[in-house]
Design a protein around this ligand. Structure first.
Ligand code: WT7
Length: 671
C-alpha cells in the first residue's frame, strides 16, 4: 500500500488508553497547543514549577529570541536569571520525593545472562562519586569531556557527573572510527576521555580502548592532547559463555601516564558532591551531527530549556505514568539516547530498560523477550529495526507475551505504512498507539508527533506539532504553503529544547539553519500537509541521507572517497534500501591511467569505514568514466539517482554538457 492509498485510513487510539492519558482528546491537545503558542511564558512557566531552581527566572525576560539574520544575530533564551542543575533535578529531587528505592535502569546486557539494575539513590551516589573523580583530575565548570562508550550504566553516570559539576559532555557513538573520534576530541578540546576496555556486539568483540588510543594519538597530532583517559573494565563482567572469547581479545592497551581504571578511581571517591548551579543558558552538552563538510558540527544544548522540553515531551508523548516500565532501544551515543534514555525519563522519575545488545542476538526474538521479561509498557525503536524484524515473520513475536505494551514509538526516518501496520497489528495487537516522532539532533526533543491518547493516527504521518512548535511549509521562494501542499519544513519560533549554537562556530549555525529563509529555522526536510492538516515528512531535501536512521551527508562521503590517490572525482547519492531505508551508491571517476577494479572498490569501502565508521560503508561503488554535469560543471544528481535505481526514465537531459555519459553509466552498473 502506498502512503497515498493510506491517506484515508485513520486509526483511533484505544478507548481505555485515551481515557487514562494525560492528554485524552484532540480538543484538549488543541487547547494546550494554542496556549503554548500564544503564551509561552505561562505555559512553560507552569511546567517549570515541578523542578528545583536555585534562583528563579526573571518574569520580565522569560523568553526571547531572534530568528531573522537580517535583524541581527540569531539567538534563543529561555528562563533568563534562573539557575539550576540537571543532575540535581534528575536525582536528588526524585530521591527527596520518595523514589530513592525505585529502579532507574534495568540494565540488560549483550547476552541475556548479563543484567543488573540501579535505583535512584544508588545512581545519585555513583554520579556524585564520579563527579568527584572528574574534579580530582582537574575537570571544572565549562570544561569539555569526551565519552566513547557502549551501553553500560557507567555511561549515564558519567553524563550526569559532568552535568553535576557543570562540565560539558560530548558523547561520540562507539561505532565511529578512531579518525572521527579524534576530530571530535580535537574540535571540543576535551580535557578527559571516558571509555571502556571493550564490549561485545552479538558474538563480535569490539576493541574500544584500542580505538581510543589511536584517536588520542591522532588528536595529539591535530594539536590537542587529552590529559586523562578513564577506562571502565566491562569485559571482565560478561557472562561465562563469553569469557573464553574475551581471552582472545588482546589485553587492554595502556599508557600509565594517561590512563586510569574507573573502579580504582571510584574506590576512594566520596558519595556526595554539591551541585554546580548553572545559569539557564549555560551549555549542558554538545553532540556532533553530520555537516555538509567533513568538519564536525557540535550541536550545543543548554540547561533550563532542554530540561523543560526533554521532560515534557517524554511525559506526554509516551504518556509515562508512575509504575510504567519504559524502553528506548536507541544508543545513548545519538540524540535519541540523550533525550529519551537519559534526560527525559530521569526527569520524570521513570524506570527504564537500558539495553546493550542487538535485536538479533542470541536470537531474532531478543526484543520481544526483553519486553516480556520486564513487562515493558512503552517501546521506542526505529523503522530500520522494525523492518529487519518483520523479515523473520510472526513466530519469534508469538513466543512471548507482549500484552504489557501500551505505546509504541518510532524515530529516525519516515516509517513506511507496511512497517507501521506490522508494528501496530503484530506487536501492539491493534491496541497500542503508535507515536511516529519526528525530530532532529538540533531540535533536542520531539517536534512533530502524535499524542497517544489524543491523536488519530495515519500510518506514515508524524501528524501534528508538539507544544510550543510552530511549523510552516515554504516553497522555493520562501512563500508559505497554506492548506494542502508540500514544501520545506521550517519553524518560525523556538521551543525550549532547540539547539542554541554550533560549538565555537556561531556563524556556521546561522548559515546552516537560518540563511535560506530569513525568520525561519530550516530543518532540511521536506513535508506534505494533507487535507486534514496532517504532516507527512517526505525526507531530506538537502545533501543529507539517512542510512538505518543515521544521518550523513553525501558531501562528507565524497570528501573521503576523493582522498584516495587513485580517485579523481566522486559523486554519492542515496538509493532506497528495503531495511536500511536508504543506502549509499557511489560513482567513482579514477585518475587518468588508473584502473577501476575490485581492489579499488575494497580500498574505498575500507577508507570510508576508517574515516567515518562501519555504519557508513557504501553498498555500491560503480565506475564512472565521467559524471553527468551541466555546462557550468554542476553534477546532476537527479540523473545519478535514476541510474542507481536502474530507471531509464531520467527526464530532461538537454542541459547536460555531454549526454552520452548517461548511457555509459547505465552500461557500467555493477548489478
Ligand atoms: C533526521 C534527523 C531525532 C532522532 C534520530 C535522528 C529524520 C527523524 C523522523 C520521523 C521522518 C525522521 C529526518 C531528520 N527523521 N525522525 N519520525 N519521520 N523522518 O536524529 O541524526 O539528527 O536525524 O532524521 O530526516 O531531519 P538525526
Amino acid at each position: 500500500m502506498s502512503s497515498n492509498e493510506m491517506n484515508g485510513t485513520v486509526f483511533a487510539p484505544d478507548n481505555d488508553l485515551s481515557e487514562n492519558a494525560y492528554v485524552s482528546s484532540f480538543e484538549q491537545y488543541e487547547e494546550l497547543y494554542q496556549k503554548s503558542i500564544e503564551s509561552p511564558q505561562t505555559f512553560w512557566g507552569e511546567i517549570a514549577k515541578q523542578f528545583h531552581w536555585e534562583t528563579e527566572a526573571n518574569p520580565k525576560d522569560f523568553f526571547s529570541y531572534n530568528f531573522d539574520t537580517q535583524k541581527g544575530p540569531i539567538f534563543t533564551k529561555w528562563m533568563t536569571g534562573a539557575s539550576t542543575n540537571l543532575s540535581f533535578n534528575l536525582l536528588d529531587r526524585n530521591v527527596k520525593n520518595g523514589l530513592a528505592d525505585q529502579v532507574a535502569y534495568y540494565w540488560e546486557g549483550n547476552h541475556p545472562d548479563d543484567y543488573s539494575r540501579i535505583t535512584y539513590k544508588k545512581l545519585l551516589q555513583e554520579v556524585c562519586r564520579f563527579a568527584n573523580v572528574l574534579k580530582s583530575h582537574g575537570v571544572q565548570r565549562g570544561d569539555t569531556v569526551s565519552i566513547y562508550m557502549p551501553m553500560v550504566l557507567e555511561l549515564p553516570i558519567a553524563m550526569l557527573a559532568c552535568a553535576r559539576i557543570g562540565a560539558i559532555h560530548s558523547i561520540v557513538f562507539a561505532g565511529f572510527s578512531s579518525d572521527s573520534l579524534a576530530d571530535r576530541i580535537d574540535d571540543c578540546k576535551a580535557k578527559v576521555l571516558i571509555t571502556c576496555d571493550g564490549a561485545w556486539r552479538g558474538e563480535k568483540p569490539l576493541e574500544i580502548k584500542a580505538i581510543c588510543d589511536e584517536a588520542m594519538e591522532k588528536a595529539a597530532k591535530l594539536g590537542h592532547q587529552v590529559s586523562k583517559c578513564i577506562v571502565v573494565a566491562h569485559l571482565n563482567r560478561v557472562t561465562p559463555g563469553c569469557v573464553k572469547a574475551a581471552e582472545t581479545i588482546k589485553s587492554t592497551p595502556w599508557n600509565d601516564d594517561r590512563d586510569v581504571w574507573w573502579n580504582d578511581e571510584m574506590e576512594e571517591a566520596e558519595a556526595a558532591c554539591y551541585p554546580e548551579w548553572m545559569a539557564a543558558e549555560d551549555p549542558l552538552f554538545m553532540l556532533y551531527t553530520s555537516g555538509s563538510t567533513g568538519k564536525p558540527k557540535g550541536v550545543l544544548h543548554t540547561t533550563a530549556g532542554y530540561l523543560l522540553y526533554a521532560s515534557t515531551t517524554f511525559k506526554n508523548v509516551f504518556d509515562y505514568k508512575p509504575g510504567d516500565i519504559y524502553w528506548c532501544t536507541a544508543d545513548i551515543g545519538w540524540i535519541t539516547g540523550h533525550t529519551y534514555v537519559v534526560y527525559g525519563p530521569l526527569a520524570n522519575g521513570a524506570s527504564s530498560v537500558m539495553f546493550e545488545g542487538t535485536p538479533f542476538f542470541p536470537d531474532n526474538d531478543r526484543y520481544w523477550q526483553v519486553v516480556d521479561k520486564y513487562k515493558v509498557n512503552q517501546l521506542y525503536t526505529a523503522p530500520t529495526a522494525i523492518r529487519a524484524l518483520m523479515k523473520f515473520g510472526d513466530e519469534p513475536v508469538l513466543r512471548h507475551n507482549l500484552t504489557s505494551l501500551r505505546i509504541l514509538g518510532s524515530v529516525g526516518e519516515p516509517i513506511n505504512p507496511e512497517a507501521w501496520l506490522w508494528y501496530y497489528r503484530k506487536i501492539g495487537k491493534g491496541k497500542c498507539s503508535i507515536v511516529d516522532t519526528f525530530w532532529q539532533t538540533e531540535t533536542g526533543g520531539h517536534v512533530i508527533t502524535p499524542l497517544p491518547g489524543a491523536t488519530k493516527m495515519k500510518p506514515g504521518s508524524a501528524t501534528f506539532p508538539f507544544f510550543g512548535v510552530k511549523p510552516s511549509l515554504l516553497d522555493e521562494n520562501g512563500v508559505e504553503v497554506v492548506g494542502e501542499g508540500e514544501g520545506y519544513l521550517v519553524f518560525s519560533q523556538p521551543w525550549p529544547g532547540i539547539m542554541r549554537t554550533i560549538y565555537n562556530n556561531h556563524p556556521r549555525y546561522e548559515e546552516t539553519y537560518f540563511s535560506k529563509f530569513p525568520g525561519y529555522y530550516c530543518t532540511g526536510d521536506g513535508a506534505r500537509r494533507d487535507a486534514d492538516g496532517y504532516l507527512w515528512i517526505t525526507g531530506r531535501i538537502d545533501d543529507k541521507l539517512n542510512v538505518s536512521g543515521h544521518l550523513m551527508s553525501t558531501a562528507e562521503i565524497e570528501a573521503v572517497l576523493t582522498e584516495h590517490k587513485k580517485v579523481s572525482e566522486s559523486a554519492v547519492v542515496s538509493r532506497p534500501h528495503p531495511i536500511k531505508g536508504e543506502c549509499l551508491y557511489c560513482f567513482i571517476t579514477p585518475n587518468q591511467n588508473e584502473v577501476f577494479d575490485k581492489t579499488l572498490v575494497n580500498e574505498l569501502k575500507k577508507l570510508v569505514r576508517e574515516r567515518i565508521g562501519p555504519f557508513a560503508q557504501p553498498d555500491v561503488i560503480q565506475h564512472a568514466p565521467g559524471l553527468p554535469k551541466t555546462r557550468s560543471g554542476k553534477i546532476m544528481r537527479r540523473i545519478l539517482r535514476k541510474i542507481a535505481i536502474n530507471d531509464r526514465n531520467v527526464g530532461d537531459t538537454s542541459t547536460l554538457a555531454d549526454e552520452s555519459i548517461v548511457d555509459q553509466l547505465f552500461a557500467n552498473r555493477p548489478e
